[in-house]
Design a binder for this molecule. Structure first.
Ligand code: ADP
Ligand code: MG
Length: 688
């Protein structure tokens, strides 16, 4: 029966070929190579699993306190009790009195002395041979047993086709040059070893994935990624995009914008703008990331790029992952560009059908020169007349699939436009070298002048009244403030103070001031109205859920209180905090937390209090969450590097990079085979 079911469940896990099975590597191992007497097991097994065997001398099913089966086995040295809280009739039969069984598990102190709870059980003769290798435990999904996977893998490893699929094609000379101390096995040997490690294998190194066999596999995987990224880089350079040279005319939009700005570009802004400007002059598409901490002034740089493109009669699009962020861009761009006579279109999912159609017509006819909106911009129904530049803000917050869609839309065969990504989340070096290797990066590493550092305080929620008192004197000075709540209405289950409750409480406590409330459930125009009132200082205290996370810009608001700060991640708080510190007043961010604090939350709050450098925070974040989440890749369930951990294996990345360069230069024939072997259908994801 299992043989009939197994193929489909395995296939669902993507284990549909000998190669796929061979690369389905164990997550851990069980040691069944050693057998102890029961007496030894009673001592050995207290700290880790032990294997022992004996004859069943008693088998009882109890009904109190709950249904369970108690089995006692015996050998020449001692007896051992086994307890099963769930069991099948077949197990009752297997462990009938008189049967000889081999069991493996941890010994714990039970009510009636030492026992094993739910050991693994095999009915075998006393002299049945022990396995020669450690028993692999595979990543599995529901409905697939280890036995089924083990069988399938073992069979796959014997498949003659594997010899070809796992053939060695890293030139030996290259490897010894790159890694003189090379003690790595061949790929075939490494894979076999990882599935069936010998009894004396270094289990620590296997578990930590630092064994030479693991290194070999990790290197191969990184190599495939590096090759693929380098190829994408080369392919991009062969594509054609319009070249936007510097305008000579005084009356260009670019010159007009620079003249109209109420400030001078910072040195860093000037530098990144000249980098972007050079890219735009190229006749192949730009693929650049503009990185800069919150408040560093990325928007104006994007506006300059848009101006350049519009000066050449092309359209520019600015896209943001949330409506509120897109809207901020829209308002800012309107302020800058409308006086210069630019026609701007706004497009978001929440527009009424008629408004949407109107915007689409403007975009299609070319009447709209600058288009701003959400993900709605890349939907099928939108066709640009002459798109020259796409600016994608906070691009990592789009999901992988959305990013893929963006790439497919903007990078269609017919036409490639220049792309500028923007992010306040710095990309740690290891990520820049892997997932983002085909991105050119510009960094704004300087804040506009006059910014004051933000003082961050960590305060217990029990001191809420004190905080509100401080708020009162703050507002009395004519300054504004934010009050951030983590969740909205349906949060009762988590016993969080709701935004609405806080709003009501603060309205009462601060009768001399106008308190506003903004949250995700409001309609776009309601949100916009509240934000506008806050900006105009008609509202002094803005109670908000995390909808203000990005993009809000009110320099007079220099105090932020974050409730239940322990529930936020690093990046969220860093982004939120970036809303203050924009004006001339000293800025303060108060992180209020409720007890009890987990160790992780405690460390997070402490770090956030001490560190204001976004780069350091991003590194901490990465070590905590892994790159998938940072990249938004988690949603796809398709983490690209399966065996590599960017933190642990950072040193391998450089090695793979060098090897990839050499292979692409001297061994182009091997490159294809290597990519096929590792990426197969997943290659698409590299482009997102
Ligand atoms: P972010 O990089 O977080 O997107 P913004 O582009 O929103 O930052 O800029 C933050 C604020 O700083 C805005 O109010 C913007 O007008 C202002 N700003 C940008 N560049 C400068 C500058 N060179 N001098 C003074 N203020 C600036
Ligand atoms: Mg911004």
């Amino acid at each position: 029966m299992t043989t009939k079911q197994a193929p489909s469940t395995l296939q669902k896990m993507g284990l549909d070929s000998p190669m796929a099975l061979a690369l389905h590597l164990p997550s851990r191992y069980e040691d069944e190579t050693e057998l102890f007497t029961i007496e030894e097991a009673l001592n050995q097994g207290r700290f880790s699993s032990a294997q022992t065997q004996g004859v069943v001398i008693r088998n009882q099913v109890l009904f109190r306190p709950r249904r369970q089966m108690l089995v006692t086995i015996e050998d020449d040295t001692a007896t051992l009790q086994l307890r099963f809280l769930n069991f099948y009739p077949s197990q009752q039969k297997q462990m009938a009195v008189g049967a000889h069984i081999r069991v493996r598990g941890e010994v714990r102190e039970g009510f009636q002395g030492p026992e094993m709870v739910h050991p693994t059980v095999k009915a075998v003769a006393a002299d049945a041979p022990l396995p020669m290798s450690l028993t692999p435990v595979y990543p599995a999904s529901a409905g697939v047993s280890q036995t089924v996977i083990r069988k399938a893998v073992a069979q796959a490893l014997r498949d003659p086709s594997l010899r070809d699929s796992l053939a060695e094609f890293l030139p030996k000379k290259l490897m010894t040059e790159l890694l003189p101390s090379n003690d790595w096995p061949s790929l075939q040997a490494a894979i076999t070893y990882l599935h069936q490690p010998p009894a004396d294998a270094d289990t620590q190194a296997l578990l930590e994935r630092t064994d030479p066999a693991w290194r070999r596999v990790q290197f191969e995987e990184l190599l495939a990624q590096q090759i693929s990224l380098k190829r994408a880089h080369a392919i991009r350079r062969e594509r054609h995009a319009p070249s936007f040279t510097k305008p000579s005319k005084e009356q260009s939009l670019e010159a007009g914008l620079l003249k109209a700005l109420p400030f001078q570009l910072t040195g860093a802004q000037g530098r990144v703008w000249s980098e972007i400007s050079k890219d735009l002059e190229n006749s192949f598409p730009m693929n650049r990331l503009l990185q800069g901490d919150v408040g560093s002034g990325k928007t104006v740089v994007a506006a300059l790029a848009a101006a350049r493109v519009m000066d050449h009669g092309y359209q520019a699009a600015v896209m943001a992952p949330t409506e509120i962020l897109a809207e901020q861009h829209y308002l800012k761009m309107k302020e800058w560009f409308e006086p210069l006579g630019v026609s701007i279109a706004w497009l978001s999912g929440s527009l009424k059908a008629k408004e949407k159609r109107l915007a689409q017509e403007m975009i299609e006819s070319g009447q709209a020169q600058l288009i701003i909106g959400t993900h709605a911009l890349i939907q099928e129904s939108v066709s640009f007349s002459k798109l020259g530049l796409a600016v994608i803000d906070e691009q990592h917050r789009f999901g992988v699939r959305q990013r893929l869609e963006i790439q497919q839309r903007l990078g269609s065969e017919l036409f490639y436009c220049h792309q500028l990504m923007m992010s306040a989340t710095p990309i740690p070096r290891t990520l820049a070298m892997t997932y983002y290797a085909d991105l050119d990066v510009s960094v704004i590493d300087e804040l506009p002048p006059g910014r004051k550092p933000i003082t961050t305080k960590v305060v217990k929620a029990t001191r809420r009244d004190e905080v509100i008192g401080g708020l009162q004197s703050w507002l009395s000075k004519g300054l504004q403030a934010y009050w951030v709540c983590p969740l909205i209405e349906e949060s009762e289950a988590l016993q969080l103070q709701t935004a609405v409750e806080s709003f009501e409480q603060l309205t009462q406590a601060l009768p001399d001031f106008k308190v506003g409330l903004v949250h995700g459930r409001l309609k776009a125009e309601e949100k916009a109205a509240v934000m506008a009132a806050f900006k105009a200082n008609e509202i002094q205290l803005l109670v908000a859920t995390t909808v203000i996370e990005v993009g809000v810009d009110v320099p007079n608001a220099a105090l932020m209180v974050i409730e239940h700060a322990e529930r936020f991640g690093y990046a969220q708080i860093h982004q939120l905090r970036g809303r203050v510190g924009r004006g001339s007043a000293d800025s303060v961010c108060i992180l209020m937390y409720a007890e009890p604090l987990s160790m992780a939350a405690k460390e997070r709050l402490q770090t956030l209090r001490e560190v204001s450098d976004g780069f350091v925070i991003a590194e901490r974040d990465l070590s905590l969450r892994g790159p998938g989440e940072l990249l938004g890749a988690k949603q796809s369930g398709d983490a690209m590097l399966r065996f590599v951990d960017l933190q642990r294996d950072a040193w391998l990345i450089e090695l793979a990079q060098q090897a990839a360069e050499r292979l692409l230069a001297d061994h182009t024939d091997l490159v294809e085979r290597h990519l096929e072997r590792w990426l197969g259908s997943r290659a698409e994801f590299l482009k997102a």
